[in-house]
Design a protein around this ligand. Sequence first.
Ligand code: ZN
Ligand code: ZN
Length: 337
Amino acid sequence: MKTAVIDKEDIIINSVKDLTLNGSKGAIVKVLGCGLCGSDIVKFREKISPDGTVLGHEIVAKIVEINSETDFKKDDLIVTSHHIPCGECIFCKSGNVSMCEHFKKTNIKPGGFSEMVYLSEEHLKNVAHKLPENLDEVEGSFYEPLACCVRAVRRADLIKDSRVLVVGLGSIGILMAQALKAFGMNVIGCDLIDERVQILKNLGIDAINSSDFDKFQKCIFEKTENIGVDVVFMTSGADRAIDMALRLIRNGGKILVFASTPKNWGYANNEIYYRELTVMGSYSPAPCDLAKSLELLRSGKVKVKGLSTIYAMDDINQAFKDTISNKILKAYIKISG
Ligand SMILES: [Zn+2]
Ligand SMILES: [Zn+2]
């Protein structure tokens, strides 16, 4: 089978032995395709993952071999996530499932950018679902990234109709804005790129180009009786976005951090103290968020058609480059038929 692996500055295609269950529990799946996640880009670009790593986790796949107590059968089309919380540790019990050691350790093998993947019985029991019939494979590949957004919205614990600004309208910002709307929030998105602002507007959500900050700030204050927004969701990894959030949030507001920033600058202590701000992070989804995500996709409350650019597996290196250069919004790597 073919796998795509990191090889210094590139992603190259390798040929390795086909997978079989060989008596173990779980399933072997044929990957139809896999979304390229922002976290894959960070692992590749910052050299966090070594050469030989198979990245990718946003898979849509067909079961080709199965030995399981679950109801999944051979030929089922499925979506799955890669990490599973233990449910027992202090992190799980406190609701920080993505900080669980077991969560961090578990993964799909060898990774999503591979013709075949092994899913453990635990994956099948906790984080895999059948692909709903009304979704195509590319739409299904948003199951895990949307679940990350659902968890962020849940963690923020917002009052209905809160005025929420989503900073950054990459694919995650567009999913986040729709998830917030689905949970009853009053959403405004902003980005420096006009096409991205337009995508959100086309989805029926208010969006503004923030290139001219003074004009943008005036617009936000006009919409919020001059106090600023209740909540800011930071899906942009730009350092200057932090300053922007602090200038647009109302006193007592919440800032949800959903992206790493290159310089790792922080939020000013005295701003948090005197203005009684809440700054919180959210990272990766819990199984309940995955189920909710699939429901939002199935019901059409979150729309993802047309967000992805499709690349053949042999062109995966180009998909990484085009994502890094912001040429495209989201890449979907088509792996098998
Ligand atoms: Zn992802
Ligand atoms: Zn745990």
